[in-house]
Write a protein that binds this ligand. Structure first.
Ligand SMILES: NC(=O)c1ccc[n+]([C@@H]2O[C@H](COP(=O)([O-])OP(=O)(O)OC[C@H]3O[C@@H](n4cnc5c(N)ncnc54)[C@H](O)[C@@H]3O)[C@@H](O)[C@H]2O)c1
Length: 320
């Protein structure tokens, strides 16, 4: 049995990763500050799912607090780390970059700097597909140059990757970096299009459509992603970076059409210009993850969005 520290366990992806690890019998130590970046009701419900497991211990605090992070490593014999806590979102990072520096760089440095002294077998850190910026060479490969981030969020994730390499080099820590590509599904993040668009269409509210609809996103279903993430926890490789995406990008126009079919209503469109910081295409080359982690995403966008919509109706619309 592993004892795995999962940060950001009250959030969307962290709660799914923690749940799967608990289901298979690992012990999970969860940390999350439970901030109000989005409705806390959703994070509380995520924690309720995890609290049902005897092997789950939760601690609520800010990972920027070095002393508190150290206390956790003193208290438990942590064998593995899955670091998912972060301030997410590209556009808000342009408004408030300091919080991104705090939660994405300082907090990650705290974890690395403490973990180096505790004989951790393997650490997985969560970066982002945003590090590819407006890279023209598609699909994106882990070997591409990512020195040109176009938002403070992307820059904060690239900074974390650099710190991780340094800790691997100096202290021989085994670290896998994951770059997720637009993860969606039940418990999804309420600031993301796969959450907002079905809700707006259902309510007859206009969709904020940035650009002409030709931008492409590689939407990745949560269950597929979690399998890859857990495999990265289980696979000690030294220092490696992995794209976890679907390798099947679709245009914004196709995405809206798919949602219209699932919700059964036509979208009202509020046409807006492209936003600064937004990238034109995300498209993951996942061959490295397939080879080294056995990663193989299987969920088609129609299936995944239907799963999301069923959860959303149950959690929000039926409880209003
Ligand atoms: N969802 C996606 O499509 C996507 C894409 C690329 C990268 N990511 C990355 O995946 C990870 C998980 O994302 P998510 O979508 O589940 O986001 P989320 O916002 O649902 O979860 C992040 C959690 O981290 C917690 N947190 C933030 N700052 C903290 C701090 N300083 N101390 C303690 N807890 C803190 C938040 O309270 C939140 O519950 C993040 O690192 C994010 O940057 C997500």
């Amino acid at each position: 049995m592993k004892t795995i520290l999962i940060t950001g366990c009250a959030g969307f992806i962290g709660s799914h990763v923690a749940e799967k690890l608990l289901e298979r019998g690992d012990k999970v130590i969860g940390i999350d500050e439970v901030n109000d970046y989005y409705d806390i009701k959703q994070k509380t419900a995520n924690l309720e799912v995890l609290n049902k497991f005897e092997n789950f211990q939760f601690h609520k605090f800010d990972l920027g607090d070095f002393k508190k992070v150290k206390e956790i490593f003193e208290k438990y014999e942590i064998t593995h780390i899955g670091h998912l806590a972060a301030r997410a979102g590209v556009r808000p990072s342009i408004e408030n970059p300091h919080i991104y520096e705090h939660s994405n760089i300082k907090a990650s440095l705290n974890i690395l700097d403490i973990a180096k002294d505790y004989n951790i077998e393997n650490t997985v850190l969560t970066s982002s597909s945003s590090v590819y910026g407006n890279c023209k060479d598609i699909p994106f490969k882990e070997t591409h140059n990512v020195d040109f981030p176009i938002s403070p969020y992307a820059a904060s994730k690239k900074s974390m990757e650099l710190l991780a390499y340094t800790y691997h080099h100096l202290h021989k820590m085994s670290i896998n970096i994951i770059r997720p590509f637009t993860i969606y599904g039940p418990r999804g993040r309420p600031d993301m299009a796969p959450f907002l668009f079905p809700m707006w269409i259902e309510k007859g509210q206009p969709i904020k459509k940035f650009g002409d609809g030709t931008t492409m996103r590689d939407y990745t279903y949560i269950d597929d992603f979690v399998k890859g993430f857990i495999s990265a926890i289980d696979t000690k490789l030294g220092y490696e970076i992995f794209n976890l995406g679907n390798s099947t990008p679709i245009s914004l126009n196709e995405f809206i059409e798919t949602i219209e079919n699932i919700v059964g209503k036509k979208a009202q469109i509020n046409q807006l210009p492209m936003q600064p910081g937004d990238v034109e295409v995300t498209y993951a080359d996942t061959s490295k993850a397939e080879k080294l982690l056995g990663y193989k995403p299987e969920t088609k966008i129609e299936q995944g969005l239907t799963q999301f919509w069923n959860w959303h109706k149950d959690f929000y619309l039926n409880n209003e």
